[in-house]
Design a protein around this ligand. Structure first.
Ligand SMILES: [Zn+2]
Ligand SMILES: [Zn+2]
Ligand SMILES: [Zn+2]
Length: 282
């Protein structure tokens, strides 16, 4: 599997829109790895994970080919991970020769897209199948989904205010290779740890939104200390293979997202720091 981190920021990006904090000013001055789009991933040519407001820029920058894209996995209904308006350009009159897409997400993702788009007069009829050419596959924690040659195991994230399992992390398996995408989430519940145990993935991407400024943040999003504990538990429960790679990702300027500082903290602990354009081959 060929994985590209197409975005490494939380909702408001880095430097954050409208913000004048020290972290954002430093990010502008530094450029490079300190400029972070909203979090999304490309897997091989055919699978995208999350589709937020930066998807146009990301698609051009990382050579996404729309004619090859078979599926879109959505982690949760927050707009930095699924921008319904961007999905709406799949409709007639905007995109031509649109390739049908399988979309995997919680039922709340489907509701959110409907809530945003219904009411627009061009969105009548069967919104997903007919208007957007999307086959929506509802994901539930612990229930594996087969999509082409990809096996997807949704896990309940510790994130968001919904009572239902609206926010998901995914274990994605193709052939002999597997990875875990674990943003957005705080430290998992015991139920989630039990479902994930023994997955033996080669790569784990771990939420680190609160990073260095709030290192002990444990619910909703993780800080740096908790992200290390999360990696340790992944190894202990054999979710992550003993020689597997761990990468922290999804950073907020509020957590202090300066790459050099993050590397100084994480690299000695055997954890890599995600950045826009990072590529991992499994
Ligand atoms: Zn997010
Ligand atoms: Zn800022
Ligand atoms: Zn979120």
């Amino acid at each position: 599997m060929d994985i590209t981190i197409m975005g490494s920021a939380a909702a408001e990006a880095v430097p954050s829109l409208w913000c004048n904090c020290e972290c954002c000013k430093t990010a502008i001055k530094n450029g490079g790895k300190d400029i972070r789009c909203r979090t999304a991933y490309l897997i091989d040519d055919d699978t995208c994970v999350d589709c937020g407001p930066d998807i146009f820029t990301q698609s051009v920058r990382y050579g996404m080919k729309w004619e090859k894209l078979d599926r879109l996995l959505i982690t949760h209904p927050h707009s930095d991970h699924c921008d319904a308006i961007e999905m709406s350009w799949r409709r007639k009159g905007f995109a031509n020769f649109v390739r049908p897409l399988e979309m995997v997400g919680s039922p709340k993702v489907k509701d959110m897209i409907k809530n945003v788009l219904i009411g627009n007069e061009e969105m009548n009829g069967n919104l997903f199948e007919e208007t957007l050419h999307i086959h929506f596959v509802e994901a539930q924690p612990g229930a594996p989904i087969q999509s082409g040659d990809m096996e997807i195991l949704p896990l309940r994230a510790n994130h968001g205010a919904w009572k239902e399992a609206a926010c998901l992390n995914y274990i994605i398996r193709r052939g002999n290779h597997a990875l875990l995408i674990a943003n957005d989430t705080g430290f998992w519940s015991e139920e989630t740890w039990q479902i994930a145990a023994g997955a033996n993935v080669e790569l784990a991407i771990i939420d680190c939104t609160c990073a260095l400024a709030y290192p002990d943040s444990v619910d909703g999003h993780m800080g740096a200390n908790i992200a290390v504990k999360f990696r340790d538990r992944l190894l202990q429960d054999k979710v992550l293979a003993p020689n597997g790679q761990a990468i922290v990702n999804h950073f907020s300027h509020n957590g202090n997202s300066i790459h050099e500082l993050l590397e100084a903290f994480f690299v000695p602990k055997g954890i890599q720091v995600g950045y826009d354009g990072m590529r991992i081959q499994l």
